[in-house]
Design a protein around this ligand. Sequence first.
Ligand SMILES: *Cc1c(COP(=O)(O)O)cnc(C)c1O
Length: 361
Amino acid sequence: MSDMIRPQPGIMEIDLYQGGQSHVAGVANIVKLSSNENPYGASDKAREAYLRSVHSLHRYPSTDHASLRGAIAEVHGLDASRIICGVGSDEIITFLCQAYAGPGDEVLHTEHGFLMYRISALAAGATPVSVPERERTTDVDALLAACTERTKLVFLANPNNPTGTMIGQGEIARLAAGLPPQALLVLDGAYAEYVGGFDGGATLVDQRTNVFMTRTFSKIYGLGGLRIGWGYGSRDVIDVLNRVRGPFNLATAALEAAEAAVRDRDFVNKCRSENARLRAWLAETLAEFGVPSDTSTANFILARFADAAEAQACDEFLKQQGLIVRQVGAYGLPHCLRITVGDESSTRRVAHAIGQFKGAR
Ligand SMILES: *Cc1c(COP(=O)(O)O)cnc(C)c1O
């Protein structure tokens, strides 16, 4: 009987992840501001490297990713032997849960934290635990208070998605120092490049064996379609994760495009400064229309509306104009819309449309 064929406990509690929408039926000239993608695409150097990889399609890719790890280490001043590359940082998150958490173990994440932490914890049979934030900002005391002898992983995106807020290095260090001995702190630095002068937590990883950092090529590098991320941790944790990693997890095209991308610092710096300029303009303009947002350090803002009904009505209004933003009810923020900072024209378009929506009410 097929009802005897059952998945592992926890699997059926997983709600399918909904990616950012990219089409609206019957509407042309869509502007997609729903997935925090880079509005300028990938750097030309990354595109050229990707095209060159066509000549080696018949070859298996590198298994140790030495060349990409070397480039990342050189650019960020890290130890290449303590870097691991994965199919997006999603895969690194999966490895961490698979390797360190199972039935009976708890995986902490912040109240409005990235949904993949919960999904990966459940997929590993572990118990995800949501920890309250304070005003949409990580609360270190609440995280410390939520720890038990069963806590194995503590996931924290800094800056966080979808809130855009971040906490300082002193607070992160206090969290790392206060965790129980069996718990690993995972700092998700998907948006670290958008914060000038911020190392994503790498220095703390070098100082403490209970801290791990994840990074991605999907955001500022504009390579979300290729699926490449990486992690940086202690020698022991990297050794563990490499045992669960498939030997050919990354395709040659992804490895080579990522290496060219990480070396193109001019492109990254230009994207960071354009994002900061347009993000400030967007936040100020929406605030003037009566739509506030917390100070964001990432490539999106979390616009707050009076209530869930107003947020939904605004989302519908924007969609009819071909502007797709992100509803964040699944993150416990039904009265908000997350809006990716686009290029100049799309940022102006979305601000103008929200002004029209507010004026029309
Ligand atoms: C977008 C994002 C990622 C990136 O995931 P990839 O699998 O690398 O594309 C990771 N963490 C957070 C918080 C994100 O918002």
